[in-house]
Each structure stands twice: as C-alpha cells, then as structure tokens.
Design a protein around this ligand. Structure first.
Ligand SMILES: C[S@@+](CC[C@H](N)C(=O)[O-])C[C@H]1O[C@@H](n2cnc3c(N)ncnc32)[C@H](O)[C@@H]1O
Length: 255
C-alpha cells in the first residue's frame, strides 16, 4: 500500500507543526477566530494557502508576478481565494504595500537568504506585527549546506562555505546568505523579539537516498517522526538544511 504521507511533507512538516500551534495560541490570546497573517516572500502560497484554510486572512507580499499568479491559482483551487491577497512588493519596501503593526503573525520563510540586508529584513517583519504577535522565520542553515557539499564529494566547496561570511560555497552558489541558529536567533532578538523556539528543519531528509524513502513501506512516516524528534535538539541545529525560529513579541501569550 502506498504511504499516505506525501513526500513533500518532509520539507514542511516541522515548520507547519510549530506554526499551527503558534496560530492556535494567537487565536486563544486574541479571542478572534480569524487572524490577520502576513507572508513576506510567500511565493506561490505553500504556507499561505494552508494558513488560509485554517480560516485566517493572509496577505502575501512577493516581488515575483509569476509567483503571485501561481498563488492566486493555488488559493482558488483550495477554495480560499477570498482569504488570500497577493501584493507585489519586497521586504525592503514592505511598508510601501502593507501597514505597520497590522498583523497577528508574520511569516518569513526562505526569503532572508535573498535580501540585501537580512537585519533590516527581520526588523521590517517585526514592525509589521501587532503587540503580542508572532514571527515565523525560516532560513537556510550553514551547517546543512557544508554537510551536503562534503557528502557529495565537493570538499573544497564545503570548506569554502565554512569560511565564507555568508556561508556560500562558491561563485556558482545560488544562495546569497546562509545562517547558523545563533545568527538567526540574534537577528530575531536584535529586532526586539524573544526567540520562543528554535528548530532544525530537514536534518536527514536531503541526505537520505530517495529510493530508501519511496520503496520501504512506512519509511516516510518513520523519517518524518525522526525529523520531528531531532528538530528540537540543539545538537542537530548545526547540521540542518534550514533553521526555524519562532519569535514572540514581549507580552505574547504562551497559554
Ligand atoms: C524560496 S522561495 C520561498 C517561498 C515561500 N515563502 C515558501 O516557503 O514556499 C523565496 C521567495 O522569496 C521571494 N523574494 C526574493 N527576494 C525577495 C525580497 N527581497 N523580499 C521579499 N521576497 C523576496 C521570491 O520571489 C520567492 O517567492
């Protein structure tokens, strides 16, 4: 029997679990069922659409017209077009297109890698939050990239990434910045939030040969459970492909 879990869930499961719990707490704390959520660099809505399916109103800001077009289609297919708004813009000029202090939660997933000034990017996401709001920040991890290059036999590139201030393995590296868990946490705290949790994302998923996951019955489910167990352990943050930090504004509810 095929595994009921889609393979794509390996890329999102840990983040989704943390995010859904954070949104549930926001609902309880605010007394409102429908939250206002901003997804900066939300792309085609991989997170925005599931968040809208929970009943929340999501504004996606993204510079790519193609991504916004795909977002519109994905939202329509999911029956949540009325709760998803796509706006062309970027993290630098965020307040040209959305209001300051207008959101219960801000997502910034896979974007900080590409902005010119990551500290400014995080400050802008935080400035978009209401008092008590939460930030969900996900960015590429340095150690995961070093490990992946080394396991692929690219030892010089792996060493280059270790020494490069932006964690890049060479000129052909498509990712402009990578981060350690400590750097991401410092960015969140430097913008005035408390780092409520840190998770390592895709610790094993990108290193395991696909055939092992796709052919062994139950393997995908077992790998998802392993990822969930390792995600919270600081020892594994340093080798994760991505790092997730949940930032809370002072006074946010932990109920
Ligand atoms: C790797 S995709 C992530 C998309 C989505 N957040 C997700 O998790 O599936 C990066 C997205 O960031 C957007 N992006 C690139 N530079 C940006 C910037 N300066 N400000 C905001 N978004 C940006 C891209 O257009 C793209 O949609």
């Amino acid at each position: 029997m095929p595994d009921p879990m889609p393979r794509a869930s390996l890329r999102t499961a840990v983040v989704w679990d943390v995010l859904r719990d954070a949104l549930d707490r926001q609902v309880k704390a605010s007394g409102r069922d429908a939250l206002d959520v901003l997804d900066t660099g939300g792309g085609s809505g991989r997170f925005a659409v599931p968040v809208a399916r929970l009943g929340h109103h999501v504004t996606v800001v993204d510079p790519s017209p193609n991504a916004l077009f795909a977002l519109e289609r994905r939202a329509a297919e999911a029956g949540v077009a009325d709760r998803v708004r796509g706006v062309q813009g970027d993290a630098h000029g965020l307040f040209d297109v959305v209001d300051r202090g207008g959101y219960d939660a801000v997502l910034c997933h896979g974007v900080l890698e590409y902005v010119d000034d990551p500290a400014e990017g995080v400050r802008n996401t935080v400035a978009a939050l209401r008092p008590g709001g939460v930030l969900s920040l996900l960015a590429a991890g340095l150690g995961g990239a070093v490990l992946a290059r080394a396991l692929a036999g690219h030892f010089t590139e792996a060493r280059q990434a270790l020494r490069d201030p932006d964690g890049r393995w060479g000129d052909a590296d498509p990712v402009p910045h990578r981060f350690t868990a400590e750097q991401l946490t410092a960015l969140v705290e430097g913008a005035g939030l408390r780092a409520a949790s840190v998770h390592g994302v895709r610790v094993f998923a990108d290193l395991v040969p696909g055939v092992l996951v796709d052919t062994e019955p139950g393997a995908l489910d077992a790998l998802l459970r392993l990822e969930a167990a390792a995600a919270e352990l600081p020892a594994f943050h340093s080798v994760a492909t991505q790092i997730h930090v949940l930032g809370e504004t002072p006074g946010a509810s932990r109920a």
